[in-house]
Design a binder for this molecule. Structure first.
Ligand SMILES: NC(=O)c1ccc[n+]([C@@H]2O[C@H](COP(=O)([O-])OP(=O)(O)OC[C@H]3O[C@@H](n4cnc5c(N)ncnc54)[C@H](OP(=O)(O)O)[C@@H]3O)[C@@H](O)[C@H]2O)c1
Length: 261
């Protein structure tokens, strides 16, 4: 949905990447419900993004979508200024978009590593940098928040999805570095889901069985993850840490990724 540029709003504005569908959409809707104007980022899912924008606009009055391939540095650098032009300001950023392609130490390549690092790590850092500059330009007091979607798998590693896992491990390290570098203006919080949504590699029966495989007898739901993101955005004392939302899956040992168990 496109709109005329707006003046800085009393309602805070959050950019959620990868918000057309799945977890990003749940996060967008949950934040719109809490009164945030949501800038819905997407890459290929045009129709889904349109629906997320319409649903967020019903909840918060305004929303808009923004297309960018996050593995393209120029496109990443343009994204936040475009949101600001359109919605007047940005107060928070949720880095949820993620490239997730299978490789192992046997099939690993620089190309796979670079693809994941660009979209999953580099883009999150550049967007945080852009948010910091924008908040600095607004006033000495303006504060903001970055939430990085991580993965319980970092605390429970196995050799599947090696490039994806490396990119999320780097993002977890960046979470700490950014929290130090961007304080006090920006808080930086990681949210690490467990197995939450199924993928094309899992049947619904297998997903249901794996979802129960945790100390609590169930892993995270999309609503749990979205509520944790909302909590991270609202709690002014949390920075430089990660909230694991996974039913305790990170306490277990899995020899393979869930999709290959
Ligand atoms: N789902 C889970 O069970 C689970 C478990 C642990 C951690 N997580 C983490 O939670 C977050 C959300 O998970 P999810 O399952 O909703 O993610 P997902 O479906 O794998 O991906 C979300 C979106 O990321 C976008 N994307 C991928 N590569 C991109 C690129 N190069 N540039 C721009 N956008 C790109 C895609 O947007 P388009 O469709 O518009 O192209 C996609 O819809 C991810 O960071 C993931 O690592 C999820």
């Amino acid at each position: 949905m496109s709109q005329a540029p707006q003046k800085p709003s009393k309602q805070p504005v959050v950019l959620v990447t990868g918000a057309a569908k799945r977890l990003g959409r749940e996060i967008a809707l949950s934040l719109a419900r809490a009164g945030w104007i949501v800038a819905v980022h997407y890459r290929d899912s045009v129709e889904d993004a349109r629906k997320t924008v319409a649903d967020c606009a019903m909840l918060a009055g305004v929303s808009s979508s923004f297309r960018a391939n996050l593995s393209n540095e120029a496109a990443v650098r343009k994204l936040l200024p475009t949101v600001i032009d359109q919605l007047g300001q940005v107060d928070a950023l949720v880095n949820s978009a993620s490239t997730f392609e299978h490789d192992t130490p046997e099939t690993f390549s620089f190309a796979a590593m670079e693809k994941h690092m660009r979209a999953n790590t580099g883009a999150a850092i550049l967007l945080s940098q852009a948010l910091h500059s924008h908040l600095q330009a607004r006033s000495a007091e303006t504060r903001g928040v970055v939430v990085n979607l991580l993965d319980q798998k970092l605390w429970n590693p196995n050799p599947d999805f090696v490039s994806y896992t490396l990119s999320k491990a780097a993002l977890e390290a960046a979470n700490t570095m950014l929290a130090l570098a961007l304080a006090p203006r920006i808080r930086v919080v990681g949210v690490a889901p467990g197995l939450t949504l199924t993928s094309h590699m899992l049947s619904s029966e297998k997903f249901a069985a794996l979802h129960k495989l945790s100390p609590l007898g169930q892993s995270s739901t999309a609503a749990d993850v979205a509520a944790t993101v909302a909590f991270a955005l609202s709690n002014n004392s949390i920075t430089g840490t990660t909230l694991l939302v996974d039913g305790g899956q990170h306490l277990m040992k899995f020899e393979r990724d869930f999709s290959l168990l």
